[in-house]
Design a protein around this ligand. Structure first.
Ligand SMILES: Nc1ncnc2c1ncn2[C@@H]1O[C@H](COP(=O)(O)OP(=O)(O)OP(=O)(O)O)[C@@H](O)[C@H]1O
Length: 303
Protein backbone atom coordinates (compact mmCIF):
# COMPACT_ATOMS: atom_id res chain seq x y z
CA UNK A 1 0.00 0.00 0.00
CA UNK A 2 1.21 3.47 -0.87
CA UNK A 3 1.43 5.61 2.25
CA UNK A 4 2.77 8.78 0.62
CA UNK A 5 2.30 9.84 -3.00
CA UNK A 6 4.08 12.97 -4.16
CA UNK A 7 3.66 14.13 -7.72
CA UNK A 8 5.46 16.95 -9.52
CA UNK A 9 5.93 19.00 -6.36
CA UNK A 10 7.23 22.53 -6.90
CA UNK A 11 8.18 25.33 -4.55
CA UNK A 12 10.13 28.50 -5.16
CA UNK A 13 11.53 31.15 -2.85
CA UNK A 14 12.18 34.62 -4.26
CA UNK A 15 11.74 33.32 -7.80
CA UNK A 16 14.29 30.52 -7.25
CA UNK A 17 12.95 26.96 -7.52
CA UNK A 18 14.10 24.97 -4.48
CA UNK A 19 11.80 22.02 -5.14
CA UNK A 20 11.60 21.54 -8.85
CA UNK A 21 9.21 18.79 -9.91
CA UNK A 22 9.75 16.15 -7.22
CA UNK A 23 7.77 12.89 -7.45
CA UNK A 24 8.02 9.74 -5.34
CA UNK A 25 5.89 7.24 -3.47
CA UNK A 26 6.55 5.63 -0.10
CA UNK A 27 5.24 2.13 0.62
CA UNK A 28 3.81 1.06 3.95
CA UNK A 29 6.43 -0.21 6.39
CA UNK A 30 9.48 1.02 4.55
CA UNK A 31 12.24 3.35 5.62
CA UNK A 32 12.41 5.80 2.77
CA UNK A 33 15.45 8.04 2.56
CA UNK A 34 15.62 11.55 1.17
CA UNK A 35 19.33 12.03 0.66
CA UNK A 36 21.22 14.97 -0.77
CA UNK A 37 23.64 17.77 0.03
CA UNK A 38 22.80 20.79 2.18
CA UNK A 39 20.36 23.10 0.47
CA UNK A 40 19.14 20.46 -2.01
CA UNK A 41 15.51 21.02 -1.02
CA UNK A 42 15.00 18.00 1.25
CA UNK A 43 13.46 19.81 4.19
CA UNK A 44 11.19 21.87 1.96
CA UNK A 45 10.01 18.67 0.27
CA UNK A 46 9.18 16.77 3.45
CA UNK A 47 7.61 19.80 5.11
CA UNK A 48 5.28 20.07 2.09
CA UNK A 49 4.46 16.37 2.63
CA UNK A 50 3.76 17.03 6.31
CA UNK A 51 1.46 19.94 5.46
CA UNK A 52 3.80 22.44 7.14
CA UNK A 53 4.53 24.33 3.92
CA UNK A 54 2.27 24.92 0.97
CA UNK A 55 3.69 23.84 -2.39
CA UNK A 56 3.30 26.18 -5.38
CA UNK A 57 2.05 23.23 -7.41
CA UNK A 58 1.96 19.45 -7.49
CA UNK A 59 0.10 17.00 -5.31
CA UNK A 60 0.81 15.27 -2.01
CA UNK A 61 -1.34 12.43 -0.77
CA UNK A 62 -0.69 10.92 2.66
CA UNK A 63 -2.54 7.73 3.69
CA UNK A 64 -4.97 8.04 0.80
CA UNK A 65 -5.52 11.80 1.18
CA UNK A 66 -5.72 12.72 4.86
CA UNK A 67 -5.58 16.39 5.79
CA UNK A 68 -6.05 18.65 8.80
CA UNK A 69 -6.37 17.01 12.21
CA UNK A 70 -6.57 13.48 10.78
CA UNK A 71 -3.22 14.03 9.07
CA UNK A 72 -1.64 15.38 12.27
CA UNK A 73 -2.85 12.33 14.19
CA UNK A 74 -1.30 9.84 11.79
CA UNK A 75 1.89 11.68 10.93
CA UNK A 76 4.70 12.21 13.44
CA UNK A 77 7.25 14.84 12.52
CA UNK A 78 10.68 15.45 13.98
CA UNK A 79 11.83 18.76 12.66
CA UNK A 80 15.40 19.72 12.00
CA UNK A 81 15.67 22.43 14.63
CA UNK A 82 12.87 22.00 17.08
CA UNK A 83 13.79 23.52 20.40
CA UNK A 84 11.68 23.18 23.53
CA UNK A 85 11.66 25.64 26.41
CA UNK A 86 14.87 25.15 28.42
CA UNK A 87 13.08 24.70 31.73
CA UNK A 88 10.54 22.13 30.55
CA UNK A 89 11.21 18.74 32.14
CA UNK A 90 11.40 15.65 29.94
CA UNK A 91 8.24 14.10 31.38
CA UNK A 92 6.37 17.41 31.10
CA UNK A 93 7.22 17.67 27.41
CA UNK A 94 5.96 14.14 26.79
CA UNK A 95 2.84 14.66 28.87
CA UNK A 96 2.08 17.90 27.05
CA UNK A 97 2.58 16.43 23.58
CA UNK A 98 0.54 13.34 24.52
CA UNK A 99 -2.39 15.63 25.34
CA UNK A 100 -2.50 16.77 21.69
CA UNK A 101 -3.46 13.31 20.43
CA UNK A 102 -6.58 11.17 20.79
CA UNK A 103 -4.65 7.87 21.08
CA UNK A 104 -1.24 8.76 22.48
CA UNK A 105 1.45 6.18 23.12
CA UNK A 106 2.29 5.40 26.72
CA UNK A 107 5.07 7.92 27.24
CA UNK A 108 6.80 5.92 29.98
CA UNK A 109 7.32 3.07 27.49
CA UNK A 110 8.48 5.52 24.85
CA UNK A 111 10.93 7.06 27.30
CA UNK A 112 12.39 3.66 27.99
CA UNK A 113 12.61 2.93 24.30
CA UNK A 114 14.67 6.07 23.62
CA UNK A 115 16.81 5.37 26.69
CA UNK A 116 15.79 8.44 28.69
CA UNK A 117 13.98 6.87 31.64
CA UNK A 118 16.55 8.18 34.11
CA UNK A 119 16.19 11.68 32.62
CA UNK A 120 12.45 12.00 33.11
CA UNK A 121 12.82 14.80 35.65
CA UNK A 122 15.67 16.58 33.85
CA UNK A 123 15.03 19.95 32.25
CA UNK A 124 15.33 20.12 28.45
CA UNK A 125 18.15 22.67 28.69
CA UNK A 126 20.23 20.24 30.78
CA UNK A 127 20.08 17.36 28.28
CA UNK A 128 23.03 16.63 25.99
CA UNK A 129 22.56 17.13 22.24
CA UNK A 130 22.04 13.40 21.78
CA UNK A 131 19.47 13.24 24.58
CA UNK A 132 17.58 16.22 23.13
CA UNK A 133 17.60 14.47 19.78
CA UNK A 134 16.23 11.26 21.32
CA UNK A 135 13.54 13.22 23.12
CA UNK A 136 12.52 14.83 19.84
CA UNK A 137 12.18 11.35 18.33
CA UNK A 138 9.99 10.30 21.26
CA UNK A 139 7.86 13.41 20.72
CA UNK A 140 7.49 12.58 17.02
CA UNK A 141 6.19 9.15 18.03
CA UNK A 142 3.98 10.13 20.95
CA UNK A 143 0.80 10.26 18.89
CA UNK A 144 1.26 6.64 17.76
CA UNK A 145 1.67 7.76 14.15
CA UNK A 146 1.49 5.42 11.19
CA UNK A 147 4.08 7.55 9.40
CA UNK A 148 7.05 9.38 10.91
CA UNK A 149 9.12 12.02 9.15
CA UNK A 150 12.54 12.43 10.74
CA UNK A 151 14.68 15.31 9.49
CA UNK A 152 18.44 15.21 10.05
CA UNK A 153 17.97 12.69 12.79
CA UNK A 154 21.59 12.26 13.78
CA UNK A 155 23.25 15.53 12.78
CA UNK A 156 25.49 16.69 15.60
CA UNK A 157 25.54 13.31 17.37
CA UNK A 158 28.73 11.44 18.19
CA UNK A 159 29.25 8.10 16.39
CA UNK A 160 27.96 5.96 19.30
CA UNK A 161 24.82 8.08 19.77
CA UNK A 162 24.29 7.92 16.03
CA UNK A 163 24.44 4.13 16.02
CA UNK A 164 22.09 3.94 19.02
CA UNK A 165 19.64 6.16 17.16
CA UNK A 166 19.82 3.90 14.11
CA UNK A 167 18.96 0.88 16.30
CA UNK A 168 16.04 2.84 17.71
CA UNK A 169 14.74 3.66 14.22
CA UNK A 170 14.93 0.02 13.24
CA UNK A 171 12.86 -0.92 16.28
CA UNK A 172 10.29 1.76 15.43
CA UNK A 173 9.99 0.38 11.93
CA UNK A 174 9.62 -3.15 13.33
CA UNK A 175 6.53 -1.82 15.14
CA UNK A 176 5.03 -1.09 11.72
CA UNK A 177 5.68 2.66 11.45
CA UNK A 178 6.56 3.87 7.96
CA UNK A 179 9.55 6.21 8.16
CA UNK A 180 10.73 9.00 5.91
CA UNK A 181 14.30 9.85 6.82
CA UNK A 182 15.90 13.06 5.63
CA UNK A 183 19.66 12.90 5.75
CA UNK A 184 22.88 14.01 4.18
CA UNK A 185 24.79 11.11 5.77
CA UNK A 186 25.17 8.45 3.16
CA UNK A 187 26.27 5.87 5.73
CA UNK A 188 23.01 6.42 7.58
CA UNK A 189 20.98 6.10 4.39
CA UNK A 190 22.89 3.00 3.35
CA UNK A 191 22.41 1.33 6.70
CA UNK A 192 18.74 2.17 7.30
CA UNK A 193 16.86 2.85 4.09
CA UNK A 194 15.00 0.38 1.91
CA UNK A 195 14.84 2.94 -0.86
CA UNK A 196 16.39 6.34 -1.33
CA UNK A 197 15.48 9.40 -3.37
CA UNK A 198 18.72 11.17 -4.20
CA UNK A 199 17.94 14.87 -4.35
CA UNK A 200 20.07 17.54 -5.95
CA UNK A 201 19.05 21.14 -6.68
CA UNK A 202 15.39 20.45 -6.02
CA UNK A 203 15.16 17.39 -8.25
CA UNK A 204 15.15 13.63 -7.74
CA UNK A 205 18.21 12.49 -9.65
CA UNK A 206 17.69 8.80 -8.84
CA UNK A 207 15.36 6.64 -6.76
CA UNK A 208 16.28 3.08 -5.88
CA UNK A 209 17.48 0.79 -3.10
CA UNK A 210 20.99 1.56 -1.80
CA UNK A 211 22.32 -1.52 -3.62
CA UNK A 212 20.41 -0.55 -6.75
CA UNK A 213 21.93 2.92 -6.76
CA UNK A 214 25.43 1.55 -6.31
CA UNK A 215 24.85 -1.15 -8.94
CA UNK A 216 24.33 1.60 -11.53
CA UNK A 217 27.99 2.47 -11.30
CA UNK A 218 30.33 0.88 -13.78
CA UNK A 219 33.09 1.09 -11.15
CA UNK A 220 31.54 -0.64 -8.22
CA UNK A 221 34.76 -1.79 -6.60
CA UNK A 222 38.37 -0.79 -6.40
CA UNK A 223 41.25 -3.19 -5.74
CA UNK A 224 44.45 -1.51 -4.55
CA UNK A 225 47.85 -3.13 -4.12
CA UNK A 226 51.60 -2.75 -4.47
CA UNK A 227 52.93 -5.11 -7.17
CA UNK A 228 56.06 -7.08 -6.29
CA UNK A 229 57.51 -6.31 -9.73
CA UNK A 230 56.67 -4.32 -12.87
CA UNK A 231 54.23 -6.07 -15.23
CA UNK A 232 52.26 -5.44 -18.40
CA UNK A 233 48.95 -3.84 -17.39
CA UNK A 234 47.29 -5.52 -20.34
CA UNK A 235 46.95 -8.68 -18.21
CA UNK A 236 44.45 -6.69 -16.14
CA UNK A 237 42.82 -4.42 -18.74
CA UNK A 238 42.02 -7.54 -20.79
CA UNK A 239 39.79 -8.85 -18.00
CA UNK A 240 36.04 -8.31 -18.54
CA UNK A 241 35.64 -7.32 -14.86
CA UNK A 242 38.14 -4.46 -15.14
CA UNK A 243 37.04 -0.93 -16.09
CA UNK A 244 40.26 0.96 -15.43
CA UNK A 245 43.83 0.40 -14.23
CA UNK A 246 45.67 3.31 -12.68
CA UNK A 247 49.09 3.72 -11.20
CA UNK A 248 49.69 6.00 -8.23
CA UNK A 249 53.38 5.95 -7.32
CA UNK A 250 54.27 2.37 -6.42
CA UNK A 251 50.61 1.44 -5.95
CA UNK A 252 48.01 0.28 -8.46
CA UNK A 253 44.29 0.87 -8.43
CA UNK A 254 42.04 -1.37 -10.46
CA UNK A 255 38.34 -0.47 -10.67
CA UNK A 256 35.56 -2.57 -12.08
CA UNK A 257 32.62 -4.85 -11.38
CA UNK A 258 31.71 -8.49 -10.69
CA UNK A 259 34.26 -10.77 -9.04
CA UNK A 260 36.95 -8.16 -9.49
CA UNK A 261 39.22 -9.34 -6.69
CA UNK A 262 39.22 -12.94 -7.87
CA UNK A 263 39.88 -11.94 -11.46
CA UNK A 264 42.70 -9.54 -10.55
CA UNK A 265 44.34 -11.96 -8.11
CA UNK A 266 44.18 -14.77 -10.71
CA UNK A 267 45.70 -12.63 -13.47
CA UNK A 268 48.46 -11.33 -11.22
CA UNK A 269 49.32 -14.80 -10.04
CA UNK A 270 49.49 -16.06 -13.65
CA UNK A 271 51.87 -13.17 -14.41
CA UNK A 272 54.06 -14.07 -11.40
CA UNK A 273 53.20 -10.83 -9.55
CA UNK A 274 52.53 -10.83 -5.82
CA UNK A 275 50.15 -8.04 -4.70
CA UNK A 276 51.25 -6.56 -1.35
CA UNK A 277 48.95 -4.47 0.90
CA UNK A 278 45.94 -5.67 -1.04
CA UNK A 279 42.74 -3.79 -0.28
CA UNK A 280 39.26 -3.93 -1.72
CA UNK A 281 36.85 -1.03 -1.50
CA UNK A 282 33.20 -1.18 -2.43
CA UNK A 283 31.60 1.84 -4.03
CA UNK A 284 29.32 3.82 -1.77
CA UNK A 285 26.27 6.01 -2.18
CA UNK A 286 28.66 8.95 -2.26
CA UNK A 287 30.21 7.48 -5.40
CA UNK A 288 26.74 6.96 -6.89
CA UNK A 289 25.80 10.56 -6.12
CA UNK A 290 29.06 11.80 -7.60
CA UNK A 291 28.51 9.78 -10.77
CA UNK A 292 24.95 11.12 -11.12
CA UNK A 293 25.55 14.78 -10.32
CA UNK A 294 29.27 15.41 -10.59
CA UNK A 295 29.19 16.57 -6.95
CA UNK A 296 29.97 15.09 -3.58
CA UNK A 297 27.17 14.90 -1.02
CA UNK A 298 29.53 16.05 1.69
CA UNK A 299 31.44 19.25 1.65
CA UNK A 300 33.63 18.14 4.54
CA UNK A 301 31.10 18.97 7.26
CA UNK A 302 30.41 17.22 10.57
CA UNK A 303 30.85 13.66 9.40
N1 LIG B 1 11.41 29.91 4.03
C1 LIG B 1 12.39 30.07 3.14
N2 LIG B 1 12.61 31.25 2.54
C2 LIG B 1 13.59 31.42 1.62
N3 LIG B 1 14.42 30.44 1.23
C3 LIG B 1 14.26 29.23 1.79
C4 LIG B 1 13.24 28.98 2.77
N4 LIG B 1 13.33 27.68 3.15
C5 LIG B 1 14.35 27.16 2.45
N5 LIG B 1 14.92 28.06 1.64
C6 LIG B 1 16.05 27.84 0.71
O1 LIG B 1 15.71 26.73 -0.10
C7 LIG B 1 16.84 25.90 -0.33
C8 LIG B 1 16.51 24.49 0.09
O2 LIG B 1 16.38 24.45 1.50
P1 LIG B 1 16.03 23.11 2.30
O3 LIG B 1 16.09 23.43 3.75
O4 LIG B 1 14.79 22.52 1.77
O5 LIG B 1 17.26 22.20 1.88
P2 LIG B 1 17.80 20.88 2.55
O6 LIG B 1 18.13 19.97 1.43
O7 LIG B 1 16.88 20.38 3.59
O8 LIG B 1 19.15 21.38 3.19
P3 LIG B 1 19.61 21.41 4.70
O9 LIG B 1 20.03 20.02 5.01
O10 LIG B 1 20.73 22.39 4.67
O11 LIG B 1 18.41 21.91 5.47
C9 LIG B 1 17.99 26.51 0.44
O12 LIG B 1 18.77 27.26 -0.44
C10 LIG B 1 17.31 27.40 1.45
O13 LIG B 1 18.11 28.51 1.78
Amino acid sequence: MKVIEVSDLRKQYNGRPVVDGVSFTVEEGEIFGVLGPNGAGKTTTVECVAGLRTPDSGTVKVLGGLSGDRLKEELGVQLQRSALPERLKVWEALDLYASFYPRPADWETLLERVGLTDKRDTRYGKLSGGQQQRLSIALALIGNPRVAILDELTTGLDPQARRDTWDLIERVRADGVTIVLVTHFMEEAERLCDRIALIDSGRVVALDSPDGLIARLDRRQAVRFRPSQPFDHAVLTALPEVAEVRREGDRMEVTGTGDLLLAVAGALSAAGVVPADLRVEQASLDDAFLALTGKKIHAGDDR
